[in-house]
Design a protein around this ligand. Sequence first.
Ligand code: NBP
Length: 473
Amino acid sequence: QMARIGVTGLAVMGRNLARNLARHGHPVAVHNRTAARTKALVEEFGGEGTFLPAETAEQFVASLERPRRLVVMVKAGAPTDAVIDEFAPLLEPGDMIVDGGNAHFADTRRREAALRERGIHFVGAGISGGEEGALHGPSIMPGGSAESYEALGPLLEDIAAKVDGTPCCTHVGPDGAGHFVKMVHNGIEYSDMQLIAESYDLLRHAAGLSPAEIAEVFRTWNTGRLESYLIEITAEVLAHTDAATGEPFVDVVLDQAEQKGTGRWTVQTALDLGVPVGGIAEAVFARSVSGHADLREASRNLPGPDRAAAAGPGFADAVEKALYASKIVAYAQGFHEIQAGSAEYGWNIDAGAMATIWRGGCIIRARFLDRIRAAYEADPSTPTLLTDDHFAEALGDAQDAWREVVATAARLGIPAPGFATALAYYDSLRADRLPAALTQGQRDFFGAHTYRRVDRDGSFHTLWGGDRTEVTA
Ligand code: NBP
């Protein structure tokens, strides 16, 4: 018997992906650098479907139907290149290598170009949902050639999460498009998590609620428009009590957030593309600030306001509005980055389809994504989600509460960089005039960088060091 698809790299993700394929009736070849993992998989889960274990790369490749579909689930970076170098010589034109790891889209572009020369399809596929998603249905964001998607799509859609019968998997676009979209997904995830963290902090320190009480607030929110996986698990984490001390779990965890890098990549890429993603950037920086123990220790005695002023009744509702409004901004910024990346690299990404495949399987899955899908359906070329009818109305309805929450945070000395930057972005886009005009004047003054005028076309320069007449640049 031949395998329909093969998975090499059988750590948590690869193992569960292989099991998911087997459970869906697809005979799957399995391989791992260290053969013990392959053996363990078949011993433990062999009953779930048809696994064809291979000890060597040659055996593995020989067991695959043609054209071959080979999924690589190894540690991103050098290991991915090592595995490609090992397998590519054993493959033939028309075969497909799928990289399901968290690769940087630039690496995916490089690998795709190199393999295309040899007639091999390279598919950079973003996979979200962690261990559980890989087993029960992840959100899959495959890039690569349209031809490879014809051969791979049905299999990937089969094992992906489904929402209303629609698979959370679609062809994203050529070469690095899939990994780019996965990167932005993770950036949005950072932003979502930061906004939730700020909501918790305000409910705790401005409203004086306990973690258990805040868990209840999140449970309530999870029955409304904020319904999402992240809100759901937030309630679980806040309600949890540490067994060793009897204290709320959230109070015994060291308050230094770590990161693996996809949020940072999202911001670095946004800087290169010139896309303002303040919400994602502040989320990355907030983790960074939390991790600087020395800086925080040195600053502990800096003066702050009197925290006695407690927030009044209705504050939790105001925080809900601030959270919803800031979340709209975070997604608007993330989707702007996707559209800018798509334009830069000629990927032709369907933004609405990305919202559709994020509705299930992935970490940011949420009811909210249906709204984004609807917004792009209503106007596929909209420059920003903020102006969609539903979102504009929600922002208008939330803005007083949003301002009150940001003001309360500032007054009480509670850091809320996510809420504050989201509100500043909203107000910047709304503004009739921005002080950027003054910035242009300064640039022209010190560097003769020139400026444009509101009333005439062309570039101008004022002779600042001379008689201050204006000349055409
Ligand atoms: P890891 O990222 O921990 O990688 C372990 C696997 O890589 C093992 O199979 C290991 O083989 C293999 N490997 C390494 Br390390 N170096 C190798 C080399 N030079 N040649 C061949 N194989 C090599 O596994 P994971 O947590 O399952 O994640 C897999 C991918 O999926 C990563 O890119 C990750 O970023 C991505 N991802 C993970 C999650 C998650 O929730 N964990 C979610 C979404 C995406 P060995 O057994 O012989 O050491």
